[in-house]
Structures are given as C-alpha cells and as structure tokens.
Design a protein around this ligand. Structure first.
Ligand code: SF4
Length: 354
C-alpha cells in the first residue's frame, strides 16, 4: 500500500457505461450510480469493491492500464479516471426517455459508491462536472466521500444544484488510530466531521454513514460519536455493523494487527464466530436506535439480511421493520413514514458488552 500518493499508478478508464442502475435502493440510497474512476486511493481494507464484477472481471484491462497483477491485494495503489464522463453523461441524459424511480431509491444518482469521488483533485474535477450535468437535467445526486473537505472547493456547484444535491461521509468511528489502521489512506474522522460541518453551514444538505461500526465501540463511544456528528446537522445517519464475510475480512484483521491495533484485530477476529457476530450486531443496532431517540437524531438502521436468519422472532420482526422503513430524509421528495416503528424487543444485553 503506497504511503506516497505519487506511488499510485494512474491511467484512463475505458469503461463505456455512463449510468448504471443500482441495488442500493434497498438501503434507501439511490436508484442509479455513477463511478468517476476504477480503483480508489483510500484502499480501505474491508472494501468490497475489488470483488465486484466491474473490477474482478477486468484483469487484462487493469494490467494493461495500470500494471495491476492482483486487483484485491493491490487495492489502493491504482486508479483509472473517467475524465470524459461528464460530456458523455450529458449526451446520455439528452437521449434518455425513461427514468427509474423506486420508493426507496427515489430516482437518486449515487456518486460514487465504488470509489471515492473526492479522493483527489482529478476525481473531484470529474465529480464537479457530473453534479453540474445532473442538476442541469434536474436529477438528484447523492455524493458520498471520506474527504468532504476537498468537496468544499465545489460549494458553488452544490449551491447552484440546491435541492438536487446532498453530500455525505462515512464515519465509522471517531478513533483515528483504529480508523487509520483499516482505512490507511483516507482522511481522519475529525476531518470528515469538519468538512460536513462546513457544508452544512454553507446550506448544503448533509448525511452521515456510520458504516461499519467496530466491535471495539461501546454504547458510550457511539453516543459521543453521534454527539459530534450532531454538529453537522445531517438529515440522516445511516448505520450498519461490520459483516465478517469475504477474503478482505482477513486483510482487515491483518491490517489492524500490523498497525498495532491489537484490540481491534482481536475483536474483529472474534466476529468470525457467528454467535459473537450476532450479539455484536444486535447490540450496535439496538444502541443506535436508542441513542437516536435519546439525542433526537435521525438514525436509520441497515440490518444485514443474514442477521435476520439468526435473530429470534421478535428481533426478526424488529429488523424487518427497519429494512422496510423509509429513510427520514425528505431529499428527492421522499415520502417519510407517518407511523413510528415498534420499539426493539426488550432483550437484555446478553454479554453485558456495553
Ligand atoms: S473509500 Fe470506499 S471505495 Fe474507496 S476504498 Fe474505502 S470503502 Fe472502498
């Protein structure tokens, strides 16, 4: 993993697709996605993107354009940019006659969920132009970045787009050392909060994704984190626990250990035992719901489908309710729920982890 940004191999991405329909409407995020690049400088160890077909099935292109031998192992050290995307998007939208709008995705375009659209200046320039094109065509854009401070350079575009744009950041934890161990190239969490605060002060709608929260976090840690996040006045705080699936989970544990974050590494490793994962996931989801109520914050939970299989019937009903519940944002003219959710089942904190 490069420490020097100039060590990242770069090139141009020949991807032809402009706008892709997305399954992220199941998380109330969007119906379409646009990715401004293939590859991501942040190189988060838990990142699932290198396992996606857009990366996994293109080894020859990655070898040819950025000398990549192993897309997963080298994740974070190659980026192929899509500089011509804004022009092609404009032509595409001029020709496009139908637009998908599901009740959860609301026709929103997500930028970018398979890379960070503000990972650097070149990606940011593409993003700026993409947002401009989308708002010209009156399409809603949901920007997700771990570097909202860099996005501040585009405040004029966001203000011009007005109701058509919301900017959010993933803030899994406020522990900079733990976050830095498994998100080695990304800005520290306090920078993300500060960037969102400035966006909010400038009148831009914001959101936060506490995804994934770490098994080392207590309820008190989550409370303190939510209180810091409250300063950004986000329209929603999405939350999900980590899921120890896939080859990249071992890389995540190894990265925590080699950064001397032994407690994090040990706790992550324990999640590979299903009972422990279920206990931690239910605790974090329950705590986040309680804290959202306590602090009057717009928390929205993303329970994993697999968790439903292992929960007891009352918990399953509670989790299913969250999977169906509408995000509390009014962004993109969303219909917000008129009835409150049933309380979570009053199961005791079995392990007293709190
Ligand atoms: S910022 Fe997002 S896309 Fe980039 S490495 Fe991290 S999780 Fe993956």
């Amino acid at each position: 993993m490069p420490n020097d940004p100039s060590d990242v191999r770069t090139g141009e991405d020949p991807t032809e697709a402009v706008l892709s329909e997305s399954g992220l409407n199941s998380k109330h995020l969007c119906d379409y996605v646009i990715n401004v690049a293939t590859g991501c400088r942040h190189g988060c160890k838990f990142c699932y993107v290198p396992t996606m077909p857009s990366v996994r099935t293109r080894p020859e292109m990655l070898k040819d354009r950025a000398d990549v031998d192993d897309a997963q192992q080298e994740w974070g050290s190659y980026v192929l940019y899509r500089d011509d995307l804004p022009d092609r998007l404009d032509s595409h939208l001029n020709r496009k006659r139908t637009w998908k709008r599901t009740s959860k995705g609301c026709g929103i375009v997500g930028i970018s969920f398979a890379t960070d659209c503000y990972m650097d200046g070149r990606a940011g320039k593409i993003t700026r132009e993409v947002v401009d094109v989308l708002s010209d065509h009156e399409r809603y854009a949901r920007i997700l970045t771990r570097n909202p401070i860099l996005s501040l350079q585009d405040l004029d575009v966001f203000k011009g787009a007005g109701q058509y744009v919301t900017v959010g950041s993933s803030i899994p934890s406020m522990d900079a050392e733990e976050v830095g161990a498994i998100e080695p190239q990304a800005p520290a969490p306090e920078h993300r909060v500060r960037g969102l605060e400035e966006l909010n002060e400038a009148g831009v709608q914001t959101f936060v994704s506490m995804s994934p929260t770490y098994p080392t976090q207590s309820k008190e840690d989550l409370r303190a984190q939510l209180m810091e996040i409250a300063e950004c006045d986000p329209s929603v705080v999405f939350h999900e626990p980590i899921n120890p699936r896939g080859a990249n989970f071992k890389m995540t544990v190894d990265a925590a250990r080699s950064a001397d974050q032994t407690r994090l590494a040990d706790e992550l490793e324990r999640l590979q035992k299903r009972d422990r994962w279920v206990e931690y996931s239910l605790n974090h989801l329950r705590w986040m719901q309680e804290l959202g109520d306590e602090l009057d914050m717009p928390v929205h939970l993303w329970p994993d489908k697999q968790l439903l299989k292992y929960a007891d019937p009352a918990e399953r009903e509670w989790l299913e309710g969250w999977r169906e519940r509408q995000s509390p944002e009014d962004f993109a003219n969303r219909d917000t729920p008129s009835t409150p959710m049933p309380d979570h089942p009053g199961t005791a904190n079995a392990a007293g982890v709190e």
